[in-house]
Design a protein around this ligand. Structure first.
Ligand SMILES: *Cc1c(COP(=O)(O)O)cnc(C)c1O
Length: 255
């Protein structure tokens, strides 16, 4: 019997982070690992989290709700982020469990969230999702529209805008992947310079299994590995991003 590979995978991810931080001259503590747990059953999430990772990121509201129920009181130390495409009719549900929504990309969602948050007298940390790859399947705001979007969203005061998130280009053309991440950081710096009230550019959430070293080198503060820790998923990526080419998304070594 093969030993469960999660521990091995986590050590490997930690080594990759260390190497990338060293090459970027960064402190490893400046990178937060967010576990991308779509399709991963609760027991395996708990196992991974036992290595010191307490941020769980889910893509689908219903899947998250099912897991929360299965976790019952064991998830109290875990923070749940939402990273999937959010439908406006799911806003109330997502607010029941998410401590951060990383995928805010439309004014309709901003308005609905703010309205609901007022009703329940809460606020929420959010990231604004930007589509740096230009692939229509990836969701997110067009880079050129991000600043006006954030200026407008900032007036909805129940949302605390804490940074930007992106899903990079699915490709092994690493210079292209890198230029997307660099663009996100540049947008982040520009927003920072504007000192928009209520907006704090604290997080850059970028980098997944195939490319998180590049994201770290370009300034990621949160990376979102899934398969690097839990192994390949049985659902194809096109299930989450309709229309993408799956052939380029199997695990590869970046360095
Ligand atoms: C699935 C997913 C990830 C993780 O992708 P891997 O290739 O498994 O590392 C990260 N971010 C988002 C938004 C995802 O949907």
């Amino acid at each position: 019997m093969m030993k469960d590979p999660i521990e091995h995978n986590i050590r490997e991810v930690q080594n990759r982070i260390r190497r990338a931080c060293r090459s970027a001259g960064r402190d490893t503590d400046s990178v937060t690992v967010v576990l991308a747990t779509k399709t991963v059953p609760p027991e395996r999430i708990l196992e991974a989290s036992s290595f010191g990772y307490n941020i769980i990121a889910e893509n689908r509201v219903q899947e998250a709700e099912e897991k929360l129920e299965a976790f019952d009181d064991r998830w109290q130390d875990l923070d749940w982020h939402f990273i999937g495409h959010l439908q406006s009719n799911k806003v109330n549900k997502v607010l029941r469990f998410a401590s951060m929504v990383q995928s805010v990309d439309r004014m309709k969602i901003v308005r609905k969230m703010d309205h609901r948050l007022k009703k329940i007298d809460q606020s929420l940390d959010v990231l604004i999702q930007v589509n740096v790859s230009g692939e229509p399947s990836k969701y997110g705001i067009d880079p050129s529209k991000t600043i006006p979007f954030i200026e407008k969203a900032a007036s909805f005061d129940r949302l605390r805008i804490k940074g930007l998130m992106t899903i990079g280009l699915f490709s092994d053309d690493w210079p292209k992947v890198r230029s997307g991440y660099r663009l996100l950081r540049e947008i982040c710096d520009k927003i920072d310079e504007r000192n928009i009230p209520g907006v704090e550019m604290k997080h850059l959430s970028m980098g997944m299994t195939n490319d998180f070293e590049i994201a770290i080198e370009e300034g990621a503060t949160m990376i979102r590995p899934g398969r690097a820790i839990f192994g390949e998923r049985s659902t194809p990526d096109s299930y989450y991003w309709p229309g993408i080419d799956n052939s380029s998304t199997t695990i590869k070594n970046v360095i």
